[in-house]
Design a protein around this ligand. Structure first.
Ligand SMILES: [Zn+2]
Length: 82
């Protein structure tokens, strides 16, 4: 869950993990730790047609979520770090 101090400029004031409710560390509007951003626009054949769902997960909650997967996530090494 995100709160913006300036929504038009996209400046973050607060980011909270939707799963555990922990507030993630921000510095000058930039997240200082790992965060998973869920963002889906549901389409015609879904039960949520016309809805967009967004959420944020801290790294611990993300790891808990993917550890419950029957098929593991696909991993790739990113060679270019920005
Ligand atoms: Zn969490």
């Amino acid at each position: 869950m995100r709160q913006y101090t300036d929504r038009e400029k996209g400046i973050l004031g607060k980011i909270v993990c939707n799963q555990c409710g922990r507030e993630l560390q921000l510095e000058n509007g930039l997240v200082q730790e790992g965060v998973y951003v869920g963002d889906v626009q549901w389409g015609y054949f879904s039960r949520h047609d016309g809805e967009r769902h967004r959420f944020d997960l801290c790294e611990e909650c993300y790891e808990r979520l993917i550890s419950s997967f029957r098929i593991p996530v696909e991993k790739e090494d990113e060679t270019e770090l920005l």
